[in-house]
Design a protein around this ligand. Structure first.
Ligand code: PGA
Length: 251
């Protein structure tokens, strides 16, 4: 059964106190959402323990925004998957375009991180998406297919069950420029086909595929109405509890 997810990527925003307040507001309003919609929030590392506490007893799951590519040891500044589990995370985002673009995250590294996260019991929200040049050159299907295969084809069928894919066209992130529902849907359908080719139709059908990139209350309904769009990875609009909940209520 496919799960619907609306995940908030807070990026490098909020103080701990602001994050706790935001998490509490989201948790309080989450009670009224349909049972088949899972909410997830992904605060900065420093907030995880406090936000986990704020979310206790709620229907909102906790995610990190990244993890280390090693289990433990002398890796200054990194945070290991076991530490994320210990802090109360159920998910981690991996491969966000900002990590790929600014921090040199490669597909090879993402395979390592994904395997470590899954082995630790985390679910992974794996981001894929083309940039503007690639879209204008008509390469968007190829880029997304390659990024999807590069990580997912290294996994077992069992591991795949703990993956959520997020399609985030880089040109739509934080720009106010959303992909149209039709543009998003054709890429989501393509991702599902890529998954089906290796893992079969049932596994592909079960996969949750999120859309991300300037998703907000005013456009979420149209996006989520598409048959292959199973929710959203929300940046800016996730920093306001009312907007985030309104997006989740768009199903
Ligand atoms: P945005 O960010 O909603 O602010 O465009 C989405 C994301 O980067 O996950």
């Amino acid at each position: 059964m496919r799960k619907y997810i609306v995940a908030g990527n807070w990026k490098m925003n909020t103080t701990v106190a602001e994050g706790v307040e935001l998490a509490k507001a989201v948790a309080a309003k989450a009670q009224d959402l349909p049972a088949n919609v899972q909410l997830v929030v992904a605060p900065p590392f420093t907030h995880l323990v406090s936000v986990a506490e704020a979310l206790k007893g709620s229907k909102v799951a906790l995610s990190a925004q990244n993890c280390a590519d090693h289990e433990k040891g002398a890796y200054t500044g990194e945070v290991a998957v076991n530490m994320l589990v210990d802090a109360g995370c159920q998910y981690t985002i991996l491969g966000h375009s900002e990590r790929r673009q600014y921090y040199g995250e490669t597909d090879e590294k993402l395979v390592v991180k994904t395997k470590l996260a899954l082995a630790a019991g985390l679910k992974v929200i794996l981001c894929v998406g083309e940039n503007l040049d690639e879209r204008e050159a008509g390469k968007h299907f190829d880029v997304v297919t390659e990024q999807t295969k590069a990580v997912l084809y290294e996994l077992s069928a069992e591991e795949l069950k703990s993956i959520v894919v997020a399609y985030e066209p880089v040109w739509a992130i934080g720009t106010g420029k959303t992909a149209t529902a039709a543009q998003a849907e054709e890429i989501h359908a393509c991702i599902r086909t890529v998954i089906a080719e290796k893992f079969g139709l049932e596994a592909a059908d079960d996969m949750t595929i999120l859309y991300g990139g300037s998703c907000k209350p005013s456009n979420a309904k149209e996006l989520f109405a598409e048959k292959d769009i199973d929710g959203g990875l929300i940046g800016g609009a996730a920093l306001k509890a009312d907007d985030f909940i309104a997006i989740a209520a768009s199903f």
